[in-house]
Design a protein around this ligand. Structure first.
Ligand code: THU
Length: 130
């Protein structure tokens, strides 16, 4: 099952808008009921206004109804095991559980599986803000 999420991330990467960095990234996540949401990075001539593939995928996930995320895959064609940036770790942690699996990929498939807790230990949690 990890491989089909990898393929969804790879298909999303093909849609990346990355004319400045030329570093296309794709991300895909699956909810417990089997829905898959994917996204690519979207850059901007005003560089800080661009955003990451994981962020696009999360936007699609929210617009698709949200739910419990069970797995996430990330791929960058120019870097094996591209790992979500710090900001995306925080965004993913908002909707993932500590044991949610993240698949770090190369162009052939999943290379390494880590958990959300591996990627963001001691992350800020918003419970007190609710
Ligand atoms: N990028 C992502 O899409 N996800 C990450 O987790 C790391 C970085 C994008 C942002 C930018 O468009 C390009 O990769 C180079 O930093």
């Amino acid at each position: 099952m990890a491989h089909d999420l990898f393929q969804a991330a790879q298909a999303a990467m093909a849609k990346a808008y990355a004319p400045y960095s030329k570093f296309p990234v794709g991300a895909a996540l699956r909810t417990e009921d089997g829905r898959v949401f994917a996204g690519a990075n979207v850059e901007n001539a005003s560089f800080p206004e661009g955003w990451c593939a994981e962020t696009t995928a999360l936007g699609n996930y929210i617009m698709g109804g949200g739910g419990k995320i069970t797995e996430v895959a990330v791929i960058a064609e120019r870097m094996a095991k591209c790992s979500p940036c710090g900001g995306c770790r925080q965004r993913l942690a908002e909707f993932c559980q500590p044991d949610t699996k993240l698949y770090l990929c190369d162009n052939a498939g999943v290379v390494e599986t880590v958990t959300m807790a591996d990627l963001l230990p001691y992350g800020f949690k918003g419970d007190i803000l609710k």
